[in-house]
Design a protein around this ligand. Structure first.
Ligand code: 3PG
Ligand code: MG
Length: 347
């Protein structure tokens, strides 16, 4: 795999550096619910500060707002960055997705971001599969370098692209179904087993475009409505009453998935098995987290903000080989394609 040139080789002394980080963290009640991605961005910020940068303008998207949306202002994230870095040369810019140009990879918006900056560092591995103004267009305007996190992610995930020990088990779930289905289609041949839970499994039950075998849940934890305190009950996979929603994998599926994960030599897990933020629907995701963590002999990667949060909540993140800050990005990388945000940085 081609590696883009490193921020270690950038001359930043006295310069203003635009840093694209992936600070798209889960929020709860307006506060940062899991700061893994923020912490993962710190080594690059510290390196740039140590190397004498005069100012760091750190930009990121947060959530999927449609224009300005007060629920997705960067203030809570900026406060956490300030707490962790404690250097007044660091400024966190407002949510890049408040600008309609961002997701269109608009050059005008990229020029606005670049204005007054000398160097661009992309450390946003989690967003590297997006060709957006802050990840792609701007890299054609300023001299561009890869941050330490971006490079480390490419090095670790790159191992899954080479000869892996088998069985290679891929577990996928989560809510961003449209994003992931196409990617899964292209990954089918790489993994020996593909286990699917969460909303993705619901979708595949209705309409399965995949041309390889996947293992779907055989039972689900049903909810009478989409609410944390909804009435809940375990149903066979195809026995869920019409108005009910499947919000987690059931106990039988948990056990089956855990056994498959336990027998793996290589594991990649992306996306929760249900609405794990609600205790009544967290058991499936927790069971997968535990099974991945318990398999000491396997090379294991867990990716995606929600899976990582579940792993952290269970205190298991130091029990896996690599915690990836990328969800969709890591899946797309596994397809074997160069990601747009990486392709834009010279070697
Ligand atoms: C992620 O959380 O997957 C990344 O931050 C990218 O977010 P997006 O899927 O909204 O582009
Ligand atoms: Mg994503």
């Amino acid at each position: 795999m081609r590696l883009p040139r490193s921020v270690r080789d950038a001359d930043v002394a006295g310069k203003v550096v635009l840093v694209r980080a992936d600070l798209n963290v889960p929020l709860a009640d307006g506060a940062v619910a899991d700061d893994t991605r923020i912490r993962a961005s710190l080594p690059t910020l510290r390196l740039l500060l140590d190397n004498g940068a005069s100012e760091l303008r750190v930009c990121s998207h947060l959530g999927r707002p449609n224009g300005y949306d007060e629920r997705y202002v960067m203030a809570p994230v900026a406060a956490r960055v300030a707490e962790l870095v404690g250097d007044d040369r660091v400024h966190v810019l407002e949510n890049t997705r408040f600008d309609p140009g961002e997701t269109k990879n608009d050059e005008g918006f990229a020029r606005e971001l670049a204005d007054g900056c000398d160097v661009y560092v992309n450390d946003a591995f989690g967003s590297a599969h997006r060709a957006h103004s802050s990840t792609e267009a701007v890299a054609r305007i300023l001299p561009a370098y890869a941050g330490l996190l971006l490079l480390a992610e490419l090095e670790h995930l790159g191992k899954l692209l080479g000869d892996v020990e088998r069985p290679f088990v891929l577990i996928s779930g989560g809510a961003k179904v449209e994003d992931k289905l196409g990617v899964l289609q292209n990954l089918g041949g790489r993994a020996d087993r593909v286990l699917i839970g969460g909303k993705m499994a619901e979708e595949l039950r209705e309409n399965n475009p995949l041309d390889f075998e996947v293992e779907l849940p055989t039972d689900v934890v049903g909810a009478s409505e989409f609410a944390e305190d909804a009435e809940s009950r375990v149903y066979p996979y195809d026995g869920l009453p019409d108005a009910w929603l499947g919000l987690d994998i059931g106990p039988q599926t948990r056990e089956r998935f855990a056994a498959k994960v336990g027998a793996a030599r290589t594991i990649f897990w992306n996306g929760p098995m249900g609405v794990f933020e609600w205790p009544a629907f967290a058991a499936g995701t927790r069971a997968v987290a535990r099974a991945v963590a318990d398999n000491d002999g396997a090379f294991s990667i867990v990716g995606g903000a929600d899976s990582v949060r579940a792993l952290n909540d269970a205190g298991l993140s130091d029990k896996v080989s690599w915690v990836s800050t990328g969800g969709g990005a890591s899946l797309e990388l596994l397809e074997g394609n160069e990601l747009p945000g990486v392709a834009a940085i010279p070697s």
